[in-house]
Every structure is written in structure tokens, then in C-alpha cells.
Design a binder for this molecule. Structure first.
Ligand SMILES: Nc1nc2c(c(=O)[nH]1)N[C@H]1C(S)=C(S)[C@@H](COP(=O)(O)O)O[C@H]1N2
Ligand SMILES: [Mo]
Length: 364
């Protein structure tokens, strides 16, 4: 269906920090509630396949459905649509911040764990598509189905298409969609054209791009992304059957500043912006500190404040010239808050502890 392109992504890389096959958004650009498509980060295992619709059909099959079906692109667009506003974040986002603190403990040559995201492996978008539930019901979902697996058409990945299974409960949540629009536009190639999963609240890897097939099954499905990768591996976690540690499903609560790492600012009063995000519940507050966490003040939250989307915050800061650090700490309506430490895991996933963001302030 596709030939290997020259570049791993198709978009203009100017707004990004390049990491091999993937693109991290420059954090100073993440000031808006909705991240524009051309500023949205890209996490690719291999490269963005140039897919055209000639010969394309979406297949729904497996022993978890009673009447396997194939649908054209147009047929999927005619089904009842469902829209979610959700942030999407790589489980490895902030890995470089984690490594800063661990100081040399994360492997440099791990196939997945070596991608050193700063703070911009995240974005927030409006996604429209069809609830996966609608598709499974059309194919006669078997009540014994326990898992689904969507397969990507990135044929050169190690398994001939990236996939990451998901338990049937999450697949049947109406907010789990097969998306075809991103912020009102046709899904861009780098973000999964023609169809991708969006699994709100779950780590980015479940939001499989370039979906060619959805399989429902009555027995567990094991692939690399639910056995050796996207798993907490380390002294705190026991291997469990095929899984090398504890499977990671949902994201965790975080907050980051819309500032470059080592940003240069002018002395004097100014507004500092950022966002807080939690997969569990709407954000309740974001606090900030410029004295290493001795004292905290509350930032202003900027509506909308809703589950699955990130929440923008801002605060006024009046620094003097010199080197400073800013810390932020988000808390959600369920009482989850960012911890002050993060237990070691080999591939450096889900780093969410409060950390210092360095800035240099110049005098006028
Ligand atoms: N088919 C396919 N789907 C994929 C990936 C991939 O490499 N191939 N990367 C996953 C990972 S690890 C993440 S974090 C998200 C990133 O989505 P984005 O590139 O649209 O930001 O896509 C997921 N879906
Ligand atoms: Mo990712």
C-alpha cells in the first residue's frame, strides 16, 4: 500500500525538536487550549506511511465478532459521529527530565526508552470519529470478547504494523473512538490518516494510527507493546506471565510550563503560562513555586476545565535578573496530585513528579 518515504514525518519540522522518527513540540508553543495540527507532536516507531484510499478498507474481525465486516472510508464517515476533546501524551514524555534527576540510570540504547522527550511530547485536540463500540456492534460483537487490538499500517515496524491491545471495557466506552478529524480537519498523515484510535486518558501508544484492522478476541493478545514496552520494569514490579512488569494503561497527573527549557526572560512583571492535565478527573488547582518548593501559590485556571482535556493556567511573576527555577504542581478533583518522587522504571515512563524548570532572567 505504501513505499518508504524520505523523511519519517511529513510536516514542517520547524516548530519541533527532532528526535529521530519523532517530533517534540517546542514547549513555548503550547500556550493554547487547542494545539494546532501543525504544532502537534509526532511519535513514530518507523515513519508516516503515505496512504491513499485506493484499495483501502477498514476490517473488523477476529473470533470476538460474529460477522466480520469491511467498510470503505466513506461508509465509516456515514456512521453516527462522536467528538471528544482530549490530550494525547506519549508515556515517555518528560523522560529527559527524569534522566536529569536519575543522572545516568536510564539506558541509552534501549529501543524505546532512549527517546529523550523534554516536556513537549503532548498536545490537546478536538477529535471526531466513530465510537469503537459502534463498529464492534456492527460486526456482531461476541459477548465473550475480552480484548480488542487495532493494527497500524506502518508495515516496516518490527511486528509489521504497530498495535497495542486494550481490554473490551475501555473499547466499549463511547469516548474511545476511531477518529477521522483532528481539530476539524481531515486527520493529517502524521497523525494517522485515514483513521486512528483515540483512547482518552490512556497513554499515547494505545491511540494507534493508520488503522487498517480492528480485531476483537476471546483470548488475550500479546504484542511487544503490552509485554516488553509500555510496561513498568524495575525492582518494584514483578513480571506477570508474558508481561515483564506492570502494564501501563492510563496516564498520570502532570503539569508543565509553556516555556523553553532554560528560557531567557526579561526582569519585571510578566504572565507565565502552562497546562495541567489528569486522566482521572478535571483539574482542581495548579500551584507554583519559585523558591524550590518551600512556598507555593495558586495559579489562575483558564476555562474550559473538563475531564480528558488539559487545563491552561497562568500566574503573574516578577523576577529579578539571575538564574531561577519554577516548579508547578497540579491537583485534580479526585484529590490526585503530583508526587515529589518517582520510583525507578527501566524505560523511564510516566515521569510526573514535581521538577524544577530552569529560566534565566536578564535585566533590561
Ligand atoms: N501505527 C502507529 N500508531 C501509533 C504509533 C506508531 O508508531 N505507529 N505511535 C504511538 C505512540 S507511541 C504515540 S505517543 C502516539 C502519538 O500520536 P501522534 O504522533 O499523533 O502525536 O501514537 C501512537 N500510535
Ligand atoms: Mo509514544
Amino acid at each position: 500500500m505504501s513505499e518508504k518515504p524520505e523523511n519519517p514525518w511529513q510536516k514542517d519540522p520547524t516548530p519541533f525538536i527532532e528526535h529521530g522518527e519523532s517530533l517534540e513540540t517546542k514547549p513555548e508553543l503550547l500556550t493554547d487550549f487547542i494545539t494546532p495540527n501543525d504544532h502537534f507532536f509526532v511519535c513514530n516507531e518507523t515513519y508516516t506511511p503515505p496512504i491513499d484510499l485506493t484499495g483501502y478498507t477498514l476490517k473488523i474481525g477476529g473470533d470476538g465478532v460474529n460477522k466480520p465486516i469491511e467498510l470503505s472510508y466513506e461508509a465509516v464517515l456515514k456512521l453516527p459521529s462522536h467528538t471528544v476533546i482530549s490530550y494525547l501524551e506519549c508515556a515517555g514524555n518528560l523522560r529527559q527530565r527524569y534522566e536529569d534527576i536519575l543522572n545516568g540510570q536510564l539506558p541509552e540504547d534501549d529501543e524505546f526508552g532512549s527517546l529523550r522527550w523534554g516536556i513537549g511530547g503532548v498536545g490537546n485536540a478536538v477529535w471526531t470519529g466513530v465510537s469503537v463500540r459502534t463498529l464492534l456492534e456492527l460486526a456482531g460483537l461476541n459477548p465473550d470478547a475480552i480484548v480488542i487490538n487495532a493494527k497500524g499500517l506502518d508495515a516496516d515496524s518490527a511486528e509489521g504494523g504497530v498495535s497495542r491491545p486494550m481490554p473490551i471495557d475501555k473499547a466499549l466506552d463511547p469516548d474511545t473512538i476511531l477518529a477521522y478529524h483532528m481539530n476539524g480537519d481531515k486527520l493529517p498523515p502524521d497523525h494517522g490518516y485515514p483513521f486512528r484510535l483515540i483512547v482518552p486518558g490512556w497513554i499515547g501508544t494505545n491511540s494507534v494510527k493508520w488503522v487498517g484492522e480492528i480485531v476483537a478476541a476471546t483470548e488475550e493478545i500479546y504484542v511487544r507493546r503490552n509485554t516488553e514496552h509500555y510496561v513498568f520494569i524495575g525492582p518494584e514490579w514483578e513480571p506477570d506471565g508474558n508481561v515483564l512488569g506492570e502494564l501501563i494503561t492510563t496516564q498520570n497527573i502532570k503539569s508543565t510550563l509553556a516555556l523553553a527549557w532554560n528560557a531567557e526572560l526579561q526582569a519585571g512583571k510578566q504572565i507565565i503560562k502552562g497546562n495541567g492535565r489528569s486522566p482521572h478527573a478535571p483539574i482542581k488547582k495548579v500551584e507554583w513555586s519559585d523558591d524550590g518548593g518551600h512556598s507555593w501559590q495558586e495559579a489562575r485556571l483558564i476555562p474550559p476545565i473538563m475531564k480528558y482535556a488539559w487545563t491552561l493556567f497562568e500566574f503573574e511573576w516578577n523576577p529579578e535578573a539571575g538564574n531561577h527555577t519554577l516548579m508547578t504542581r497540579a491537583t485534580d478533583e479526585d484529590g490526585n496530585t503530583q508526587p515529589m518522587e518517582h520510583p525507578f522504571n527501566l524505560e523511564g515512563y510516566l515521569f510526573n513528579m514535581v521538577f524544577p524548570h530552569p529560566v534565566t532572567v536578564k535585566s533590561d
